[in-house]
Write a protein that binds this ligand. Structure first.
Ligand code: GLU
Ligand code: MG
Length: 423
C-alpha cells in the first residue's frame, strides 16, 4: 500500500480532548515556523463535537505551534501508522500567545507561584480508566488474574509511554470491573501535564491497535466505580531542594506547603468547575467511592480532596522530604491536565500570597454537587476571573454551560453512557 508519513499537531483543549490537524511529515521544517491553522471558535467545541455557543463567531485565525520539546513518535510495530504528533501552543497569527491557550494558562499559574514564593512545583498524573479488551469477571479487584487477562495491553502501553519520552511508574489492575491505572514519574509542571496527556493518548492508542478502548470517563457506569485522575505534587526551591515537608507539623507540612494546600481548599468549590468539569464528574464525587466529597486535607486518606501521601521505606528526614508529596483527588479526565494543574497552582500560590491557614478539622465544606453549582461558584470569583482573563473566562463558562444544557434531562445511566462514548 502506498503511504506517506503524517504528523499531527494539537493541544488538549478545555473539553479534555486532544484536537488539532495533520500535515505531511516532509513539511515539518516549514510547519515548525507556521504551525497549523486554528480559529477562536475551536475553543468552543464541546466534548460531543458541536459548537453549541460561541462568543467568537466564525471569524478570526490562530495557529497551533508544535512544541519541539513535546514530540511523540511511537511506532507500535504492527504496521499501523505511528503515533507521530506534537503537543503545542495556540498563538495569534503574529506569534504572540493566545489568551485562551490552555498551556499558557498553566504557564501563567507557574509564573504566579514563582512570583509569590520563588518556588516551583513537581507533579505526576495517576490516571484510572476502563480497558474494554478484558472479560469482566466478578471479584477480581487488584487481582493477578485481572492483571494477566489484559494480555499485552499493559506491556504495549508502558512501552509506548517510554518511547514517547515519559517514564512509566506503575501499571495496575484497579478496584472496578475492567479498571486499570497508569502513572508516570514526576516532572516540572508543564512537562507533567504534557506527559499526563501523552499517557492518556498512549492508553487510547494501544487499546485502539488491539481493537478495544480505554475509557477515561469519570463515571463510565452510573453506580459503578469512578475513574479518578489524581495529581501528586510537591514544592521545591529554586535550587531543587524539596520544601513540602516539616517533621514537626502534625500533617508533616512546611509553612509554605500548608498555605499552598489552604489555597487549594479555599478555592476548591470553584475550581472543581475546572478540575471536575463534566456532569458525570459529580456522580463520582459521592460517598463510598474513595473519591472526595468535601474540601478537606487528611493524612493518608483516600477519601480526602487532598491526601497527604505516605513515605515508604525510610524514617530519615532528608529522604522523607525527597519523597513527601500531596495528592489532589478532585480531578478527572474530562479536564485538560493543563487546566487542572493550572487551577491547582493558581489556587495554591494564592494561599501562599495570602498566608491562608488550613481549616480546623471537621469544618470542611462540601464540594459542589453538580457542574452547574461549581460553575456558579466559579463565576462569582473575581480572582479566578483574573487567572483566566475576561475573554477566556466568558468562553469557558459559556462552553461548559452549553454542554450542560445539551444533556439536561438525561438520567444518570444515559448521562454516563453518553460521556463514556466520548472519554
Ligand atoms: N477510583 C477512585 C477515584 O475515583 C480512586 C481509587 C484509588 O484510590 O485508587 O478517585
Ligand atoms: Mg487508583
Amino acid at each position: 500500500m502506498l503511504r506517506e508519513d503524517l504528523i499531527f499537531v494539537g493541544t488538549c483543549d478545555i473539553a479534555g480532548l486532544v484536537r488539532g490537524k495533520g500535515f505531511p511529515a516532509k513539511e515539518l521544517t516549514a510547519r515548525r515556523k507556521t504551525g497549523i491553522g486554528w480559529t477562536h471558535s475551536n475553543l468552543m467545541q464541546t466534548c460531543f463535537g458541536p459548537i453549541l455557543d460561541s462568543p467568537f463567531g466564525t471569524g478570526g485565525d490562530l495557529m497551533i505551534m508544535p512544541d519541539p520539546s513535546c514530540e511523540v513518535n511511537v511506532d507500535f510495530g504492527d504496521g499501523s501508522a505511528p503515533e507521530h504528533f506534537f503537543l503545542g501552543d495556540i498563538r495569534n497569527t503574529d506569534g504572540t500567545p493566545w489568551e485562551c491557550c490552555v498551556r499558557e494558562f498553566l504557564r501563567r499559574a507557574v509564573a504566579s507561584l514563582e512570583e509569590t514564593s520563588g518556588l516551583h512545583l513537581i507533579a505526576a498524573f495517576e490516571q484510572e480508566f476502563v480497558y474494554t479488551g478484558v472479560e469482566d469477571l466478578p471479584g477480581h479487584a487488584y487481582s493477578l488474574s485481572a492483571f494477566r487477562r489484559q494480555g499485552i495491553f499493559g506491556e504495549s502501553l508502558v512501552a509506548a509511554i517510554r518511547e514517547a519520552g515519559a517514564k512509566p511508574d506503575s501499571f495496575l489492575a484497579e478496584y472496578g470491573p475492567r479498571q486499570y491505572e497508569v502513572t508516570v514519574a514526576p516532572q516540572t509542571a508543564l512537562r507533567a501535564a504534557d506527559q499526563g496527556v501523552i499517557a492518556r493518548e498512549m492508553a487510547r492508542a494501544a487499546s485502539y491497535r488491539l481493537g478495544h478502548r480505554a475509557i477515561f470517563s469519570p463515571m463510565p457506569v452510573a453506580d459503578g466505580v469512578g475513574n479518578g485522575v489524581h495529581i501528586h505534587f510537591s514544592l521545591h526551591e529554586k535550587s531543587g531542594r524539596p520544601c513540602t515537608y516539616d517533621a514537626d507539623d502534625p500533617l508533616g507540612l512546611s509553612d509554605n506547603a500548608a498555605h499552598f494546600a489552604a489555597g487549594i481548599l479555599h478555592h476548591l468549590p470553584a475550581i472543581a468547575a475546572i478540575t471536575a468539569p463534566s456532569p458525570v464528574s459529580y456522580l463520582r464525587l459521592t460517598p463510598g467511592r474513595w473519591a472526595p466529597t468535601t474540601a478537606d486535607i487528611v493524612k493518608q486518606d483516600r477519601g480526602a480532596a487532598l491526601r497527604v501521601c505516605p513515605v515508604f521505606g525510610t524514617a530519615k528526614p532528608k529522604k522523607t522530604a525527597a519523597q513527601f508529596n500531596l495528592e489532589f483527588r478532585v480531578c478527572d479526565a474530562a479536564a485538560s491536565p493543563y487546566m487542572a494543574l493550572g487551577a491547582v497552582i493558581f489556587a495554591g500560590a494564592d494561599g501562599i500570597a495570602r498566608k491562608l491557614s488550613l481549616p480546623e478539622t471537621g469544618t470542611a465544606p462540601s464540594l459542589p454537587h453538580s457542574l452547574g453549582e461549581a460553575l456558579d461558584v466559579m463565576e462569582k470569583s473575581q480572582q479566578i476571573a483574573g487567572w483566566f482573563g475576561p475573554t477566556f473566562f466568558e468562553a469557558y463558562l459559556r462552553h461548559k454551560r452549553s454542554e450542560l444544557a445539551s444533556v439536561a434531562g438525561l438520567d444518570p445511566a444515559a448521562l454516563c453512557a453518553r460521556y463514556a462514548e466520548v472519554y
